[in-house]
Ligand binder design. Structure first.
Ligand code: SF4
Length: 966
C-alpha cells in the first residue's frame, strides 16, 4: 500500500487512545510513490513540531517518507504536510544556478561571478558606510550549523547589528515572553506533559491545523481513560475549538484583558500555590494589584467573552491538579503580544504548576527550526542565550571566537526585522542578504515592502531554492539545497534536537546554505586575533562541535550531544550535558530559573512601552533564580473597526500549507486541497452583504485591496479571516495576498508584527478585477547597487580615499556624526560659560565659586578633548545649545530664588550635553573608535558629577526658597 492513509482528507488519522500517565502508543504513518532502496534518518521541517521521519530514497531521488516510531516526538505519526511536502524537492522549477541582475533582468552566472560580486559589494559598502549598512534577514528553516556559522560571520566577521529572521514573524514573542518570566529563552514544558496533564489550555493556538501531530497526541488523551479538560481561546470556531470543553472567542486584540480576568478569578478564589509563589517567584503583589482591576465583568466588557464563561474557564484551570498552557500566533501576532504571553506564564506560576509531570508551558514556535535561530545568534540575539548588556557574556563570546570584543555588536538591542526593513527604506542599510524566506508575501503591508525591496540603492542578495516573489527583487540569487539534500541538526518546540542526514544530491549547481556561508567567509578572509580563519570548520559535524563549545554552561547546553548519539534513535532534548547525558525533558524541575542577574539573557522590559529595564535596576531587585511575575494592563489595538472600515481582519494558516507555500504549494496533493485564498465571514455579516459561499469579495484596508471568495461560518460577527499563504508566484492574475492589508507595526517588546488585527471594509463584486499589485520597476538600467561600471567607479573612489586616509573617507558619509560632535562641542562651550556666569553671580555662597570654577574648567577641557575628533569626523554647529543658553541663564541676582533658577538652568544645560554624549557613545561603539569612546566616557563621568552636585544643591535650596520666600 503506497500510503497509510489519505492524510490530506483524514488529517489526524485513527485514534490510539491512552490514559493519563501512560505512554503514547506508536503508529506508523507513511507515504511512498515507489519502494525505496534505502531509508535515511531525518526529521520533518514543515512545522515546529519536529516529527522524526525517515526519507525513502531510490536511484538518487526521494520516493517517500515514513514516521519514526522510535521518536518520542511523534511515535511514528506524520501529518499531511510531513507526508506530502517532500515532493517540492523534485519540483521542476528548482533554482539550479546562480543568477545576477544585469540591465533589469536576471542572467545565469557562475558561482565565482556571483560570490565575487557579493564580496566586492560587501567590502565596498562596509568600507564606505561600516558594517552597519549591511543586514541579514534569515529564516526559520535552515539547520543549526548554518545559523551558527551565519551568526559568527555577522557578529564576529562583519560586526553588524542588523541580523534577524522571519522567526520575528512567528516565534519572537515566544522567546520574549520566556525571557521576561524566566530570565532566558528555552521551553519550560515538554510534550510528555500532554501525556500526563489534567487540563490543557490552548491560547490563540489552532493546534489542529498548525501542529497536527501534537494535536493527535491531545486527541488520543481525550479519547482515552482519564481525559484532560480542554479550554480553547480563539476568535474562530476551529476544529480545535470544536473539541474544547470551553471555547472562549474574544474580540481581536483583547487577549490581555481576557487573561487578566481569568487570573483575577484564580487569585480571588485562592486557587493559587502560596508557598510556591513565595519561594519561587517575585512580583506577586504587583500582579495582584493590576489583576484586581480586571474582574470578569470588565474582562467581558472588553473581550466580548461572557463573564460566566470567564468564571467557568478559570474554575477548570483553578481546580485542575496539573496544567499545560500553550500559545501561538493568536497571541504572538496580536495586540500586546508579549504582555499576553507573559500572562499565560503567570497562570501556571500562580498555580505553582511548572517543572513537574503534567505541568508545563509551551510557548510554541511557528517555524520548524526557529528555536535554532534564537539559540545560535542568527536572529540578532547572542548565541547561547547570552545577554547583550552583560559585559562578561560578551567577553566569553569574544574568547570562544578569539576576536576582540568590540567587534561584537552589543551597544544597543539587536535590530529587529521590521527595523531592518525600515533602514532599507530610508537608505541606511544598503545591502540586504535574504535566506530562504519570502518577505514580499510574508511581511505586513506588502505595498510598502515592494517599494523597500525595489529601492534602487539597496543591493539585495536572495539565497533560496525557488524563484520566490522576493527573489524577483534580487540583484544576486544563490540556489540552495533543501532538506534531504544536506546534513544538519534542528531543534523543535520542546527542545528536542534531531539530526537530518543527507539523502540525495541537490539539483544542478545548488549548494547547502552552510557551504555558501563558508565560501563567503573564506572569500572575505575573516580572521581571528591570531590571524587564523575566523570560521574554523568545514563540515556540518565540525560546525556542530563548534556550537557545542559555545553552548557550554548556558541553558541550551548541547555538550552531551553528538552526531553519533543523535543518529541512534529518537531526538534528544537539551539541556544535554554531563548532568543530563540523555537530555532533560523539564529543565526547571529544580524550580530554579535562569533569572540571576549574572546569568539571565535579559534584564527585561516594560511590557507596555518595550523600554528596557536597566542592569542597575534589575540587579537592585535581583530575582536570583526566582521567576518574575509581570502584570500588564490592557491597551486597545491601534486600529479598530470604524464607520469607514467596519470589519476586523485576522490572518492565519491552513492545515495544508506552510508559510508562503514555497514548498507546500509545490506538493501536488497539498496544493489541490487548498488551492486559493478566501475570506471567512460570519453568517450574519454574509446575509447583510448578500453574500453566498463562493461569491467574490473585495477587501480593502487603509493599505490596499485584495479579492477572494467568501467562505461563510465559524467566525464571530464583525471578524473576518484570510489565510496568509497565497502570493503571486503561481497566480499572478489577481490581488490576493492577505498582507496587502496588514499593518506595518510591531509588539512593543518582541517586535513581532501585528498580523492579527486590521480594520477593513468588504464589497461584493461580480468577478475579480484587481490584478496583482504592480511590482516596482526593477532597475531597467543598470542597478547602481550591482552594475560593474558603478562598482569600478566606487572602487576607484575608495582607493583614492584609502590613500587620503580614513578620515577623508568617513567625513562625507558621516554628516550626522559631525552634527552631534558639533552639538556636544557647543553644549560644553555653553556650559563653561554658564558655570562662569553662575560663579560670578552668587559670590557670597560658600561653595559656588570654587565648584563652578572647577566645572567650567572641566567643560573647557572637554572642548579641547573633542578637537582631534572634530578633525577626524568634522563638526557642524547646531543652534540648540545656543538657543537653550539664550532662554536660560538670564541675568539674575544673588542667592534665594534666583540661585535656584540658575541651578535649574544649569541642570538643563548639562542634560543637553548628556544627550549628545549618549547618542555619540552608540556611534563610537558601532565605529569601534575606542579613542572617541574613552573621551566621551571621561566627559560623561564629569557631567554626571556636575549633575549630582546640582541635584544636591537644588534639593537643599528648594524647600527653603519656596516655603520661606525672601
Ligand atoms: S506535525 Fe509538523 S513536523 Fe510533524 S509531520 Fe506535520 S508538518 Fe511535519
Amino acid at each position: 500500500m503506497p500510503e497509510s492513509r489519505n492524510s490530506v482528507q483524514d488529517i489526524w488519522g485513527e485514534r490510539t487512545p491512552f490514559r493519563g500517565q501512560g505512554k503514547w502508543p506508536e503508529r506508523l504513518d507513511y507515504r511512498v510513490r515507489e519502494e525505496p532502496e534505502q531509508w535515511i534518518q531525518s526529521a520533518c521541517v514543515l512545522c515546529s513540531n519536529g516529527c522524526g521521519i525517515d526519507i525513502g530514497v531510490k536511484q538518487g531521488r526521494i520516493v517517500g517518507v515514513r514516521g519514526r516510531p522510535i521518536d518520542e516526538v511523534n511515535k511514528g505519526r506524520l501529518g499531511p504536510k510531513g507526508l506530502n511536502g517532500w515532493e517540492a524537492n523534485h519540483s521542476p522549477d528548482r533554482l539550479t544556478s546562480p543568477l545576477i541582475r544585469k540591465q533589469g533582468s536576471l542572467h545565469e552566472a557562475t558561482w565565482d561571478e556571483a560570490m565575487d560580486l557579493i564580496v566586492r559589494r560587501t567590502r565596498d559598502i562596509r568600507g564606505r558606510y561600516t558594517a552597519s549598512a549591511i543586514g541579514f534577514y534569515t529564516t526559520g528553516q535552515l539547520f543549526l550549523e548554518e545559523y551558527y556559522t551565519l551568526g559568527v560571520i555577522g557578529k564576529a566577521g562583519l560586526g553588524t547589528p542588523h541580523m534577524d529572521g522571519n522567526t520575528r514573524l512567528c516565534t519572537a514573542t515566544s522567546a520574549a515572553a520566556l525571557k521576561e518570566t524566566f530570565g532566558s529563552d528555552g521551553q519550560p514544558g515538554c510534550y510528555f506533559d500532554i501525556d500526563e496533564t489534567e487540563c490543557i489550555v490552548h491560547v490563540g493556538h489552532n493546534i489542529s491545523s498548525t501542529d497536527t501531530v501534537l494535536w493527535m497526541r491531545v486527541l488520543d488523551r481525550r479519547r482515552g481513560p482519564n481525559p484532560p479538560k480542554l479550554i480553547v481561546i480563539d476568535p474562530r470556531k476551529t476544529a480545535t475549538a470544536k473539541e474544547a470543553d470551553i471555547h472562549l472567542a474574544p474580540r481581536l486584540g483583547t487577549n490581555v484583558a481576557l487573561l487578566n480576568a481569568i487570573l483575577h478569578v484564580i487569585i480571588r478564589e485562592q486557587w493559587i500555590d502560596q508557598q510556591f509563589i513565595q519561594e519561587h517567584t517575585v512580583g506577586f503583589e504587583e500582579l495582584k494589584k493590576v489583576i484586581a482591576e480586571y474582574p470578569p465583568e470588565r474582562g467581558a466588557a472588553i473581550s466580548c467573552v461572557p463573564a460566566e464563561q470567564i468564571e467557568a474557564a478559570a474554575r477548570l484551570i483553578g481546580e485542575a491538579k496539573s496544567l499545560v498552557c500553550t500559545c501561538l500566533q493568536g497571541v504572538y501576532q496580536s495586540n500586546q503580544a508579549t504582555a499576553a504571553a507573559v500572562q499565560v506564564n503567570n497562570i501556571n506560576l500562580v498555580r505553582g504548576m511548572i517543572g513537574q509531570p503534567g505541568c508545563g508551558i509551551l510557548q510554541m514556535n511557528g517555524q520548524p527550526t526557529a528555536q535554532n535561530t534564537r539559540e545560535t545568534g542568527a536572529d540578532g540575539d547572542l548565541p547561547g542565550f547570552r545577554n547583550w548588556e552583560n559585559e562578561e557574556h560578551i567577553q566569553e563570546l569574544a574568547q570562544i571566537w578569539n576576536v576582540d570584543s568590540s567587534i561584537i555588536p552589543h551597544w544597543a538591542p539587536p535590530t529587529h526585522a521590521m527595523q531592518i526593513f525600515r533602514y532599507c527604506e530610508t537608505g541606511s542599510i544598503r545591502m540586504l542578504w535574504i535566506q530562504a524566506t519570502n518577505p514580499a508575501v510574508s511581511m505586513p503591508n506588502l505595498p510598502r515592502m515592494r517599494k523597500i525591496l525595489g529601492n534602487r540603492n539597496l543591493f539585495v542578495v536572495v539565497q533560496d531554492a525557488f524563484m520566490t516573489e522576493t527573489a524577483e527583487f534580487a540583484d544576486v540569487i544563490l540556489p540552495t539545497a533543501l532538506w534531504g539534500e544536506k546534513t544538519g541538526c534542528f531543534t523543535n518546540v520542546d527542545r528536542t534536537v534531531h539530526i537530518s542526514h543527507k539523502a540525495i544530491d541537490p539539483p544542478g549547481q545548488a549548494k547547502s546554505d552552510l557551504d555558501i556561508f563558508l565560501d563567503f567567509s573564506r572569500r572575505m578572509d575573516f580572521r581571528d586575533k591570531d590571524s587564523q580563519p575566523l570560521i574554523k570548520w568545514r563540515t556540518p559535524e565540525e560546525a556542530f562541535e563548534a556550537w557545542k563549545a559555545c553552548s557550554r554552561g548556558r541553558p541550551c547546553n548541547y555538550t552531551g550531544l553528538s552526531y553519533e548519539k543523535l543518529s541512534k534513535g529518537s531526538g534528544i532534548q537539551w539541556p544535554c550535558n554531563d548532568e543530563h547525558p540523555e537530555g532533560e525533558p523539564r529543565p526547571y524541575k529544580s524550580l530554579v530559573f535562569p533569572t540571576d542577574a549574572d546569568y539571565c539573557e535579559t534584564f527585561g522590559h516594560d511590557l507596555i512601552t518595550g523600554g528596557v529595564v536597566s542592569p542597575e535596576k534589575y540587579r537592585a531587585n535581583n530575582p536570583r533564580g526566582r521567576a518574575v511575575l509581570k502584570p500588564a494592563k490592557y491597551v486597545p489595538p491601534t486600529e479598530e473597526p470604524d464607520k469607514q472600515y467596519p470589519f476586523f481582519l485576522t490572518t492565519g494558516r491552513l492545515v495544508h500549507h506552510f508559510h508562503t507555500r514555497t514548498k507546500t504549494g509545490r506538493a501536488e496533493k497539498l496544493q489541490a486541497a487548498s488551492l486559493d485564498a478566501f475570506v471567512q465571514i460570519a453568517p450574519e455579516d454574509a446575509t447583510h452583504l448578500r453574500l453566498r459561499d463562493g461569491d467574490w469579495v473585495r477587501i480593502t484596508s487603509r493599505r490596499s485591496s485584495i479579492e477572494v471568495q467568501a467562505a461563510i461560518g465559524e467566525i464571530e460577527p464583525g471578524h473576518i479571516f484570510v489565510p496568509f499563504h497565497f502570493g503571486y508566484w503561481d497566480n499572478p492574475d489577481r490581488a490576493r495576498a492577505a498582507n496587502e492589508l496588514t499593518l506595518f507595526e510591531w509588539d512593543a517588546v518582541s517586535k513581532q508584527p501585528h498580523f492579527k488585527y486590521a480594520a477593513v471594509k468588504l464589497k461584493k463584486v461580480s468577478k475579480p478585477s484587481l490584478s496583482q499589485p504592480k511590482m516596482v520597476e526593477l532597475h531597467p538600467e543598470d542597478h547602481p547597487a550591482s552594475s560593474m561600471a558603478h562598482l569600478a567607479e566606487q572602487a576607484s573612489e575608495l582607493a583614492q580615499d584609502v590613500v587620503a586616509g580614513v578620515e577623508k573617507r568617513i567625513k562625507p558619509e558621516r554628516a550626522h556624526l559631525a552634527d552631534y560632535i558639533g552639538l556636544l562641542d557647543e553644549s560644553e562651550r555653553r556650559l563653561a560659560k554658564g558655570f562662569e556666569q553662575v560663579r560670578k553671580t552668587h559670590t557670597d555662597e560658600p561653595d559656588v565659586d570654587a565648584l563652578c570654577k572647577l566645572f567650567a574648567g572641566w567643560s573647557k577641557e572637554a572642548e579641547s578633548m573633542l578637537k582631534s575628533f572634530i578633525l577626524k569626523y568634522g563638526e557642524r554647529r547646531e543652534g540648540e545649545p545656543k538657543r537653550l543658553d539664550k532662554a536660560l541663564l538670564v541675568k539674575r541676582s544673588q542667592g534665594g530664588f534666583d540661585m535656584l533658577r540658575d541651578f535649574h538652568d544649569l541642570w538643563l544645560l548639562v542634560n543637553e550635553s548628556m544627550m549628545s554624549l549618549i547618542v555619540l557613545e552608540q556611534a563610537a561603539r558601532a565605529l569601534r573608535d575606542q579613542g572617541l569612546l574613552d573621551t566621551l566616557k571621561h566627559i560623561q563621568d564629569r557631567n554626571e558629577r556636575q549633575l549630582t552636585w546640582l541635584k544636591t544643591r537644588i534639593n537643599q535650596a528648594a524647600p527653603q526658597v519656596l516655603i520661606v520666600p525672601i
